[in-house]
Design a protein around this ligand. Structure first.
Ligand SMILES: [Fe+2]
Ligand SMILES: [Fe+2]
Length: 245
C-alpha cells in the first residue's frame, strides 16, 4: 500500500544514484549558475533540492566530517538511544534549514543576498550529511517527518522573503540565534563519551553563529517579539517530535 513512508523509501531509491558516492555541494540552483534564471528554472531547481533533502541519502559532504578522525567508543544502550534522538533532532533542523534557505533564495531580490544564501545552504547541507552519517553510526534513522519540516520551513522562508530581503535576513538571523542556543543545550545533553557527535554539533554551532552574523551584516531587521516567540514555540514542537519520530 502507498503509505507516506513507502513513498519516501521509493523517492530515496529513485534519486540516490544522483549523488551517492560523489563529493559535491548541493546547489540551490544546480548546474544553472551563471545565467539568468526564469521562475520555472527556480521552481524546478527548488523541487530538485527538496527531493535531495528529504528523499535521498545525503551522501558525502563537500567538506570533511569533523568527527572523521575521532575513534568511536562503546556507548551504553541508553546513551546511544539518547544521542540518536538528539542527532535526529539536529538532522531535522538541517532539513528545515535547507527549506528555509531555499524558500528565501527562491524569492530573494538582491543577487548578492541570493549568493550569500547559497553559500550558507552549502554549509547547511554538509551539516545534514554529517548528522545523517552519525545517525547511521548510532544505528538510527532520520525523522520520518522530514517532508513536513522541509515544507514548513520553505513556506516560512518564502513568505518572509516576499516581505523583503531585510525581513528574510531577519528570519535567518533570529533562526540561527535560536539554533545556536539549541545546539548549546545539546552539547550539554549529549553523553560526555560521545565525542563524535559532540565534534559535529560543535562545528555546526560555530557555523550557525557565522550565518547569523552574516545575515545581520547584510541588513537583517529585528523581528517583533511575538514573531520570535512563535518561532521558539514552532521549534520546540519540531525538536520534541523529531526526537522520537
Ligand atoms: Fe546547520
Ligand atoms: Fe545555519
Amino acid at each position: 500500500m502507498a503509505t507516506p513512508r513507502n513513498l519516501i523509501v521509493f523517492l530515496r531509491i529513485l534519486v540516490a544514484a544522483e549523488y551517492t558516492g560523489t563529493t559535491r555541494s548541493i546547489a540551490i540552483i544546480p548546474l544553472m549558475q551563471g545565467r539568468q534564471l526564469t521562475p520555472l528554472d527556480k521552481l524546478l531547481a527548488g523541487a530538485n533540492n527538496a527531493l535531495r533533502t528529504v528523499a535521498a541519502p545525503a551522501g558525502l559532504s563537500a567538506r570533511e566530517n569533523p568527527a572523521v578522525d575521532i575513534p568511536d567508543v562503546d556507548l551504553s544502550k541508553t546513551q546511544k538511544s539518547h544521542a540518536a534522538g538528539l542527532m535526529r533532532v539536529n538532522h531535522a533542523g538541517e532539513v528545515a534549514a535547507q527549506g528555509l534557505y531555499q524558500g528565501h533564495a527562491t524569492v530573494a531580490r538582491d543577487p548578492a543576498i541570493e549568493d550569500q544564501m547559497q553559500r550558507a545552504a552549502d554549509e547547511e547541507f554538509d551539516h545534514l550529511a554529517w548528522c545523517e552519517q552519525r545517525l547511521g553510526e548510532l544505528g538510527a534513522a532520520p525523522s520520518h517527518l522530514s517532508p513536513v519540516w522541509y515544507a514548513g520551513a520553505f513556506a516560512i522562508g518564502a513568505i518572509s522573503g516576499v516581505l523583503g530581503d531585510k525581513w528574510s535576513l531577519g528570519f535567518i538571523a533570529e533562526t540561527e540565534r535560536q539554533v545556536c542556543a539549541h545546539l548549546d543545550s545539546h552539547l550539554a545533553a549529549l553523553p560526555e563519551e560521545d565525542l563524535k557527535s559532540r565534534a559535529i554539533v560543535k562545528t555546526m554551532r560555530d557555523e550557525e553563529q557565522e550565518h547569523g552574523e552574516n545575515a545581520k551584516d547584510a541588513g537583517a531587521a529585528e523581528l517583533p517579539g511575538p514573531v520570535q516567540h512563535l518561532m521558539r514555540v514552532t521549534a520546540k514542537v519540531m525538536t520534541k517530535t523529531a526526537y522520537w519520530l
